[in-house]
Ligand binder design. Structure first.
Ligand SMILES: Cc1cc2nc3c(=O)[nH]c(=O)nc-3n(C[C@H](O)[C@H](O)[C@H](O)COP(=O)(O)OP(=O)(O)OC[C@H]3O[C@@H](n4cnc5c(N)ncnc54)[C@H](O)[C@@H]3O)c2cc1C
Length: 341
């Protein structure tokens, strides 16, 4: 993929940070499910938590392409850590930038720009799930976690993504001042969908990076591992598998960065369809590629001594959250056929 000089320098700086701070802990945080607190200042100092915050509010003034490049690079080694990049996007910077008043921007964006705050986003109710439109008529609010009534549920036990806390959030009998409402009353659903559309490409970026990490590991292993007196990479069966993995990843990357290019040029006309396509295809490809990587490793691929089993477990969530891939296909087909079809 072609990168400008500025983008190449950015990716190089991320790669160095990943080698130094993430590669040594990637397996450990998965195993222990420990949130890597020490990465917060590292990411914050590089502007990675707060990429979207414009320079006029003290932020790095990044864009979707840069954020996706960062997530892609980090996820090659740890998808869990890639989640932290742009962590303030969906829960803070994007909703405020797109729906906040000037007063809200001046109040909250400089806070986010410091690169030390973490936000959570509570969008769906467990009983609604995929059917988020069932919450129509809702309004969006920013909630300070010190507000009485705010409670955090237990850390869920998950198949993958060790080191990423996932909890239910409770807002019991809570009173939130009107100045914390984002956008017009009753327009919360529309706002959430727009922000989801802007964030879905980053899920694709993490997926494709994860898949690339698995492919790189599989290639290295296939060249080194010998069976029947020769490297397993010399078997055409595996060569074609590896070629197919690379084709799918390259195609997913092309789709993703076409989507981010349109957004960064300010063209949102195709956003919802393109974001769904990138998220759906990228995460399906990552699931297939990581599963094939485990296959290429054979028995040891199933063991925790190598990273590919972790990558395969981590890949699954991207087919589910931010709207399942069935829901993405509904979004895409509605664009093509119209709502009535
Ligand atoms: C680790 C983790 C973190 C999460 N983080 C957040 C978060 O930060 N904020 C948040 O708001 N939510 C979060 N979620 C919730 C997540 O977004 C939902 O799990 C997801 O949207 C799917 O909803 P559901 O689980 O209720 O599945 P359901 O809606 O019950 O769907 C079950 C199955 O039916 C399919 N299905 C449903 N409707 C249709 C249809 N019309 N056509 C075809 N197939 C259909 C789905 O694709 C799925 O395969 C998180 C979930 C997990 C596991």
């Amino acid at each position: 993929m072609y990168l400008t000089e500025e983008q190449t320098a950015f990716v190089d700086s991320i790669r160095r940070m990943v080698e130094r701070h993430i590669a040594p802990i990637a397996a450990e945080i998965d195993e222990s499910d420990r949130f890597p607190e020490e990465l917060v200042p590292v990411f914050g100092d590089m502007g990675l938590l707060q990429q979207w915050v414009p320079e006029e509010y003290g932020g790095p003034g990044g864009n979707l392409t840069l954020l996706c490049l960062a997530k892609h690079e980090i996820a090659k080694v740890s998808m869990a850590c890639s989640i932290l990049a742009g962590q303030n996007s969906i829960g803070m910077a994007l909703p405020i930038l797109h729906f906040g008043t000037e007063e809200q921007k001046r109040r909250f964006l400089p806070l986010s720009a410091k690169g030390r705050t973490l936000t959570a986003v509570a969008m769906s109710e467990p009983h609604c799930g995929s059917d988020v439109a069932a919450m129509d008529g809702i309004s969006a609010f920013m909630v300070d976690t010190k507000t009485p009534g705010f409670k955090v549920g237990r850390n869920e036990r998950k198949m993958g993504l060790g080191g990423v806390p996932n909890v239910q959030l409770f807002f019991e009998n809570m009173r939130v001042p009107i100045e914390n409402r984002l956008g017009e009353e009753g327009q919360g659903f529309k706002a959430c969908m727009h922000i989801l559309n802007l964030n879905r490409p980053t899920v694709a970026a993490a997926s494709i990076g994860l898949g690339q990490g698995a492919l790189d590991a599989a290639i290295a292993y296939a060249k080194e591992r010998k069976a029947f007196g020769k490297a397993i990479a010399s078997n055409q069966g595996l060569q074609w598998m590896i070629a197919d993995m690379a084709i799918q990843l390259e195609a997913a990357r092309a789709l993703l960065f076409e989507c981010t290019r349109q957004v960064d040029m300010g063209d949102f006309s195709q956003l919802s369809m393109m974001a769904s396509m990138a998220k759906c295809f990228g995460s399906d490809v990552a699931m297939k590629v990581t599963t094939d990587a485990v296959q290429i490793f054979g028995g040891v691929g199933y063991l925790k001594d190598y990273p590919v089993e972790r990558m395969m477990r981590d890949a699954k969530i991207n087919q589910i959250w931010e709207g399942t891939n069935q829901i993405q296909r509904i979004v895409i087909s509605r664009h093509l056929l119209g709502r009535e079809a």
